[in-house]
Every structure is written in C-alpha cells, then in structure tokens.
Design a protein around this ligand. Structure first.
Ligand SMILES: CCCCCCCCCCCCC/C=C/C(=O)SCCNC(=O)CCNC(=O)[C@H](O)C(C)(C)COP(=O)(O)OP(=O)(O)OC[C@H]1O[C@@H](n2cnc3c(N)ncnc32)[C@H](O)[C@@H]1OP(=O)(O)O
Length: 308
C-alpha cells in the first residue's frame, strides 16, 4: 500500500480548481423552495406561492436568494477534494456560509462556476476549509453571486509545520460570520416547523451526503439520527427575514452570512429572532424543543420597505 501523501498547505492553496457549468430550470428552483419549507404550512401563502407557482398570470416563478448556495454547491458534487489532505468524509460538517448577491436569479439559466480555496486553517482538532465560488450567467457573462462555504473537517487538523497554527484567508476579516447577538428584545420573531422528511426532500436539490438520510452513517458521524442540511436551516432563517423584515420582497437582500452552531434534527421547530441594525438584520435561530441556538448571522439589505 502506498504511504499517505504528506499534506502541504501551501500546495493546497495554490491548487487550481477547474471551472464547472450546469443549468437549472424553474422545476429545480421550485423543488429547492419546497425543500426549505415554502408553502409547507400554508399552500396559499402570498409571500411563498410565487416561488413554486405562476400566481396571477406571473410569467416566471421567482427564485429565492438562498438558491445561490445551491448554484455554488454544484461544483462539489463529487465531494471535497483538497490535494494531499486525508480526512474522514463522515466527520465533515458545514461550518459557515457567506453569500453576496449581485442580481436577482433568472427562473432558469446556464451558469458557470469559478472556484478557489479562499481559506485554510489548522484548529488542531479540526481543519477548516473555505471555498469561494463565483457564479456567472453563461449567456450574458453577468456575475450573479459569490458564495464562501466553510467546511469543518473534524479530526483533520494538526498539519501545521511550525508551533503557530497554520491560518490563511484571502478576504477581509469584516466578512466573517460570527455576530454579536444584541441583548435587546428582538424586532421580530418567527416560528416555523421542519418536517421529519425535510432532509429527504431538501437533498433532491443536490446534496446527497448520507449524513442527512442514512441512520447508520449518521451514528458513525456522532448523531442519534440523520441531521438536517445546514443550508436547509439557513433557508428557513432567511425566509423568516424575507417575511418579517423584507415584507415579502426578497430582491432587497444583497448579502447573507450564517454560522452553523449546532445540528438540527428534521422535525424540530425553528424559532428565528431578528434585530434590525440600520440595513443589517442580525438573526439567531434556535431549536424550540431543545432551546438551543443552531445558527446565527446577518442579512444585509439594499434598503428597507416603506411599510416597516
Ligand atoms: C462527503 C460527501 C459529500 C457529498 C455532497 C456534495 C456537497 C459537498 C460540499 C458540501 C459541503 C457541505 C456539506 C454539508 C454538511 C452539513 O450540512 S452538516 C449540518 C450543518 N452543520 C452543523 O450542524 C454543524 C453545527 N456546528 C457544530 O456542530 C459545531 O459548531 C462544530 C462545527 C462541530 C464546532 O464545534 P467545536 O468543535 O466545539 O468547536 P470550538 O471548540 O468551539 O471551536 C474550534 C475552532 O473552530 C472554530 N469554529 C467553531 N465552530 C465553527 C463553525 N461553525 N464554522 C467555522 N469555524 C468554527 C472556532 O472559532 C474555533 O477556532 P478558534 O477560535 O480560532 O480557536
């Protein structure tokens, strides 16, 4: 058997990832919307219906801003590959997601992704990888969105060659996803229910990691049952912001950031608290049954709706 390759973080950073292309249709966008709870408790909700149905003669269905993360994840369908880094794929967790939105998404589109490794950190007990993906409309060449996905690889740290832990990032520190939760009463609170089958529905949008569907795999990964995709929880949280702060107008969202603090089990109730600070909405999502915070972050707006 060949000896494991020694991991060289500098080599990993300089590794070039190939561009990838894919297309999506209205059906993909609607399936995604259903996967993050759209219309689940009210099939005629006026804020929700436009994401799954051509209401009132609407020509196209609308695409939710968090669909940006699905566009980026398509580049990782073969799994995460970082040259020379050995890791147990069962111990991989989604740590953070950062999204910049430049244009509303067409209801169907051919897109091209350009990917690079934007960050790599040795946390001793874990390695943290940050992948930046820029997604372009292939026909017009327009940049639609940028995602930075943070992957937390339990058990894969300890690769630093000096006593100072290896840490590299190619972006400004003010874009990190940790937020200070205000001590004041939230501006708005929204409660929503995930279903026991939520992850089984959500995975059809492209993340087929068995952590979210296979009981045995989930146990080996350290969970009593399959857990919800982090991006599904993020989708629920941003829907709460769209409903309570944007008054249904998702086009006013220009940026989204979230840090996954704890796993969610499908079927649990999500309570999202929101605080308005200028054009930034700070949010925190808790699982009601366990009274534990599972996600926190912010949503940046282009402006406020006049009804607020
Ligand atoms: C494998 C095949 C896949 C194929 C599928 C195709 C797609 C592939 C690409 C997609 C990749 C995403 C896959 C999606 C997976 C999921 O959705 S998993 C579910 C969502 N995520 C979670 O449920 C994780 C919830 N969070 C936690 O459980 C914990 O926060 C943690 C991540 C385990 C960390 O906890 P802990 O080990 O106790 O950390 P600490 O001791 O507090 O901190 C250590 C350092 O790490 C930093 N850190 C902590 N948490 C995070 C985080 N969430 N994100 C980023 N960084 C984090 C922390 O700051 C510490 O650093 P220092 O401060 O420098 O010490």
């Amino acid at each position: 058997m060949a000896a494991p390759q020694e991991f060289d973080p500098d080599l990993a950073i300089s590794h070039k990832y190939p561009d990838t292309s894919h297309s999506y249709t209205e059906r993909d966008a609607a399936l995604y919307a259903l996967g993050i709870g759209v219309c689940a408790s009210n099939a005629v909700d006026s804020d929700d219906l436009k994401y799954v149905y051509h209401e009132n003669g609407q020509n196209h269905i609308e695409v939710l801003p968090t669909y940006a993360a699905i566009l980026a994840q398509k580049s990782f369908e073969g799994g995460i590959n970082i040259p020379g880094l050995e890791y147990d794929r069962r111990l991989l967790l989604h740590g953070q997601q950062y999204i910049e939105l430049y244009k509303p998404f067409p209801s169907s589109c051919n897109v091209q992704n350009k990917v690079c490794l934007a960050g790599l950190h040795d946390k001793g007990k874990a390695a943290i990888l940050e992948y930046e993906t820029k997604t372009y409309d292939k026909e017009t060449g327009d940049l639609l969105c940028m995602n930075r996905m943070t992957v937390y690889l339990r058990g894969a740290g300890g690769f630093s060659k000096s006593s100072k832990p290896f840490s590299y990032s190619n972006y400004p520190t003010n874009q990190v996803s940790t937020v200070k939760i205000p001590e004041s009463k939230p501006f708005s609170v929204f409660e929503d229910h995930t279903r026991p089958s939520q992850a089984l529905l959500y995975r059809l949008s492209g993340d087929y990691n068995p952590l979210h569907s296979d009981p045995l795999f989930a146990k080996v990964a350290g969970f009593s049952q399959p857990i919800l995709h982090g991006l599904c929880t993020l989708g629920f949280a941003v829907r709460a912001v769209i409903k309570c702060i944007c008054k249904g107008d998702a086009d006013i969202i220009k940026g989204i950031s979230g840090r996954f603090l704890l796993h969610v089990y499908p079927g649990e109730t999500l309570v999202t608290e929101m605080w308005l600070q200028g054009l930034r909405v700070i949010y925190r999502t808790k699982v009601k049954e366990r009274n534990q915070a599972v996600l926190s972050g912010y949503v940046d707006l282009r402006g406020l709706t006049s009804s607020l």
